[in-house]
Write a protein of this length. Structure first.
Length: 216
């Protein structure tokens, strides 16, 4: 594979790019809401926590499943994921020392949703990502807390004006559209009628042909 392809795979599949997008959206929110520039610990938290969660999400996939190029890349780089998760998670925890109690509560809610989304922590191994049509809204809610509410609250804890409400809703709406587009793309790639985690279920046994030997 050309060097450019290798670098692109690392940027996309290692969650470096999506973590950078979280930082960019946090800065964009400050510009749109005309607040002060986000603090370094908030931007560092946005990058490391996004990087940690997405790599944990990828690492938790079953090893024998290889549905796409991403899955194959993850399978061949699994030893790299655990140190990346531990290091980025530790930096995220350090950044939380600079957060207020209300911000920590928001982060706790965001973390709980993220873990229930990616890991089979609910009864019967259920994950929030299996909710189908509600999946884009769950992701959008987490991203809105991370990239809109936290920067706005750190800039001004009393910033509860109509501009903030409209700004939060606008980002939530746009992010929901984005994740809905990805969900539709994933659905189009799968065999019709099978859920997202179809490898977790057994296919129904085929019925014997009509007039077969059993009726003879």
């Amino acid at each position: 594979m050309p060097l450019a392809g290798i670098i692109l795979d690392w940027l996309l599949y290692s969650a470096v790019w999506i973590a950078t997008c979280a930082v960019a959206l946090s800065i964009e929110s400050a510009l749109i809401l005309q607040t002060s520039f986000p603090s370094w610990h908030l931007l560092l938290f946005a990058w490391t926590s996004t990087f940690c969660h997405y790599n944990l999400h990828y690492f938790s996939r079953e090893k024998h499943v290889a549905l796409s190029g991403r899955d194959r890349w993850i399978g061949s780089h699994r030893p790299w994921f655990l140190p990346a998760i531990l290091i980025s998670g530790s930096i995220s925890l350090f950044c939380l020392l600079h957060f207020s109690w209300m911000e920590l509560a928001a982060v706790a809610v965001m973390t709980a949703i993220s873990m229930l989304y990616s890991l089979p922590l609910l009864p019967h191994g259920f994950r929030l990502k299996q909710l189908g049509v509600f999946k884009p809204f769950i992701l959008a809610a987490v991203w809105t807390i991370m990239t809109v509410w936290l920067p706005a609250h750190q800039a001004d804890p009393l910033l509860l004006t109509l501009v903030t409400v409209v700004g939060v809703w606008a980002v939530f709406y746009r992010v929901s559209e984005l994740f809905a587009a990805f969900a539709l793309r994933e659905a189009a790639r799968r065999p019709s009628g099978w859920p997202a985690d179809h490898h977790r279920f057994e296919k129904p046994a085929s019925l014997p042909p009509a007039g077969g030997s059993e009726g003879a």
